[in-house]
Design a protein around this ligand. Structure first.
Ligand SMILES: Cc1cc2nc3c(=O)[nH]c(=O)nc-3n(C[C@H](O)[C@H](O)[C@H](O)COP(=O)(O)OP(=O)(O)OC[C@H]3O[C@@H](n4cnc5c(N)ncnc54)[C@H](O)[C@@H]3O)c2cc1C
Length: 466
């Protein structure tokens, strides 16, 4: 293959994974990674820890600065204004231009701004970029109360961050329970209680009408649709994110919600590829969504783009959906599909500890008993085990009998399997399980797991591994 100039627009996990994996395959290609945000790749998921003082910005860079010249990956800082797909060239806001033979669009997401009056005032922002964090740092010392609008994972992170600076928080959530568009009622209420436990003023079924300015043009209050006025100095817009596709769309690259790609991450425009948060699959892989805005998906996309751009034919088969997050002190994991309400033909078993801070929900097919998905809150479970169980069509009875194998907490931690299985048997006597002892279980399940061929070869992928 002759020397090509491969330009990657975006230095997030998608772009950087593509760059590293192209270099592993090709010594000759010239690789340039472009970003307007930072000189070097950093872990976006760690933004909150920089603010809270647990990490420095330097700690969030998974690679030493010398890694890039050593691997002949050129880094170019600048905002791209336009892509000319006929002349195969990028134009920067400062007038620079950069030609490409192959272009990878990996421009990520942007926080939703829903057109509220006052949303462009000083003190109104989202939390996405390093610049957002810098703006928070600047404004927090003069902030007594902040309003967070939009319940979701980033909203909870912002709340936790602000509390560490002694800033009072009002959380406005449009739904009647927290993250109710994603979580079933039990889990949604559990998270709601955790938010209240931290002294946050959680206001459900509440929406912004407008944001009111002070004389200097900074937010001074939020007016809700119910007519309440909440004095505040900062407003965080956390009602989800959307694919950042303005530059791609303006260039005529075919887009819907995201940049449309086939199973090899090719767009409809010759020599243009796309992946990560900004991409949308034309054909949605089984059990997945057309646009997935999570870290490990970006990493998988980057790996696939690298293989395909280097001439391998690697179709995207991501396997079982999973995600993990943290709501203050409660960790959350989900595997497979758990919708707010089970689909027709599905059954749902839900157990919650009397303390109200631990729960498990297992959804399964009513006819065959095969697992469909699981949500776990406050107990750590093993990714590999649930992924295997769901992919292999394991029945709920088998999974309940082996539940100890899924538990990731050390053995000297309090175990909840006997209570969970007893509750399951009471609710589903026709599928009753006999809990096997934990000893040896893990080994047995793993032996089975590695012998079987799950869609992705049962390879573990950590949500947070760079
Ligand atoms: C606060 C926060 C916490 C999160 N926590 C988690 C988590 O716990 N787990 C999880 O799975 N996911 C989490 N996510 C989501 C995860 O970070 C994203 O899915 C992931 O970073 C997307 O990677 P990407 O490479 O597609 O895009 P990005 O990381 O967004 O990178 C795109 C880059 O392209 C640059 N860019 C865009 N347009 C241009 C242009 N025109 N010119 C120049 N540069 C441009 C952007 O500035 C950016 O640097 C979190 C996100 C946020 C914001």
């Amino acid at each position: 293959m002759s020397t090509r100039s491969i330009v990657i627009l975006g230095n997030g996990i998608t772009g950087i994974t593509a760059a590293r994996n192209i270099r592993k395959r090709s010594d000759d290609d010239r690789i340039t990674v472009v970003s307007g945000e930072t000189d070097h790749h950093f872990s976006r998921t760690a933004l909150m820890y920089i603010f809270m003082g647990d990490m420095t910005y330097a700690d969030t860079k998974p690679y030493e600065d010398g890694f890039w010249p050593k691997n002949r990956i050129e880094l170019k800082r600048g905002w791209v204004d336009a892509i000319d797909t006929t002349a195969t060239r990028l134009t920067f806001s400062n007038g620079d231009s950069l030609p490409y033979d192959e272009l990878i669009i990996a421009t990520g997401s942007q926080p939703n701004r829903l057109g509220w009056p006052g949303q462009d005032l000083q003190g109104v922002q989202g939390l996405y970029s390093l610049q957002d964090l810098e703006s928070m740092e600047k404004l927090c010392p003069t902030t007594k109360r902040a309003v967070i609008a939009g319940g979701g994972l980033i909203g909870v992170e912002v709340a936790e961050m602000l509390l560490t600076r002694g800033i009072a928080v009002t959380f406005l959530v449009r739904e009647k329970s927290f993250w109710g568009s994603v979580l079933p009622e039990g889990e949604s209420k559990l998270v709601g209680r955790e938010i209240l436990r931290h002294g946050i003023d959680l206001s459900l079924q509440s929406e912004i009408q407008e944001i009111l300015p002070d004389a200097a043009g900074r937010a001074r209050a939020v007016k809700t649709k119910a007519g309440d006025e909440i004095p505040c100095e900062m407003v965080f817009l956390t009602a989800g994110v959307s694919p950042n596709i303005a530059v791609a769309r303006a260039a005529g690259v075919e887009c819907d919600r995201g940049v449309l790609v086939d199973e090899f991450f090719r767009t409809a425009t010759p020599h243009v590829w796309a992946g990560g948060d900004c991409a949308q699959h034309r054909t949605v892989p089984a059990g997945r969504r057309p646009v997935e805005q999570v870290w490990y998906t970006g990493k998988l996309h980057g790996e696939h783009i690298a293989a395909n751009i280097c001439g391998e034919s690697l179709p995207y088969q991501p396997g079982i959906w999973f995600n993990s997050a943290k709501f203050f002190d409660i960790e959350y994991q989900t595997y497979g599909t758990v919708l707010p309400k089970p689909r027709d033909g599905e059954q749902s078993f839900y157990w919650e500890h009397p303390d109200g801070d631990k729960s498990i929900r297992v959804n399964f097919r009513g006819d065959t008993g095969e697992l469909v998905g699981v949500n776990v809150f406050g107990i750590r479970h093993r990714h590999l085990v649930w992924e295997h169980w769901i992919a292999a069509g394991t029945t709920v009875t088998e999974a309940m009998s082996d539940l100890g194998a899924a538990n990731f907490d050390p053995e000297f931690f309090r175990q909840y399997e006997p209570e969970i299985v007893a509750a399951f048997n009471a609710a589903h006597p026709q599928s009753a399980a006999t809990l096997r002892t934990r000893k040896g279980l893990f080994t047995r399940v793993f032996q089975r797991l590695f012998k079987s061929a799950s869609p992705r070869g049962a390879v573990a992928v950590s949500a947070m591994t760079p």
